[in-house]
Design a protein around this ligand. Sequence first.
Ligand code: SF4
Length: 347
Amino acid sequence: MSWYDTHARDLPWRVGPRALAEGFRPDPYAVWLSEVMLQQTTVAAVRDYFYRFTARWPKVEDLAAADDADVMAEWAGLGYYARARNLLKCARVVASELGGRFPETEEGLLKLPGIGPYTAAAIASIAFDQPAPVLDGNIERVLSRFFAVTTPLPASKPELRNLAARLTPTKRPGCHAQALMDLGATICTPKSPACGICPLMQDCEGRREGIAADLPAKTPKKAKPIRYGMAYLVRRADGALLLETRPPSGLLGGMLGWPGSDWTENEPTPAPPLTAIWHDPKLEVRHTFTHFHLRLSIRMAHVGPDAAPNRGEFIDKHAFRPGALPTVMRKAHDLARDHWDALENAK
Ligand code: SF4
């Protein structure tokens, strides 16, 4: 804890140890928002999103009143889009049913959409200083090494959870959790732990046994399958682009994207959104999702003002923001960008 008091990371959603001692308290909305954003995502990737969200929607009531499409567009690029849909649902429950106040206990938080055991513990601990044992990836690593837990993840999780529960103090539990997170992020790092400057080095079993860098052991993951698909990029004579909002559930649910075929492990079945002369610019987007790699080949077409697509709608070129697309769709946009003029000239 004394290490944390001196070395705590400066994070935009955090009230650091000095400010806490001066009587400042964390904003539960900021803690919740950051924890949801940080699921499967790094602090570096989250910072700018956090700034943009809190500038645009400073309170949970503001977010609850936002348009779904605006929130999805603001989330674009952060991935795992079910989080954004649950974020909105949760904000609406907190704003309309709980008077804008987040529950202070793990049990209460667990009842909210999109909040699982880890996030509930993190919010209870960080925002409300409850002695809830927190176990994120950083803490898993520190505990695995400190106690030389050699059972591979995820089988070791119950043991690590018990260790975290045993260690969680009743005094300043929120700082304790954040101290372990910071230690994991800055000193006990995945590839090369800086044991020489670690405040835990005297008692660290993993270091003593010389196995720290190999922990936590992980069960090898199965190789991901490859799926194939086609994306259709259509530009109308006035520069408008054809986009569609994907169905609300499922992968990239509710996000904007190019109309396309299904993504399958075999040759995809073409599914053009309108009749046109389709060009194959020999471009392929490569993107990796949690459970598969995607190879998306691009087809492009220029169409006249009367084009009538069977899906999606044309978005005016001035209203189109590439940043509102999820990463895989933005990659398609970026790859195709230089080919529109060649296509135009070839007509
Ligand atoms: S001594 Fe090394 S392995 Fe142990 S907790 Fe510190 S950095 Fe991690």
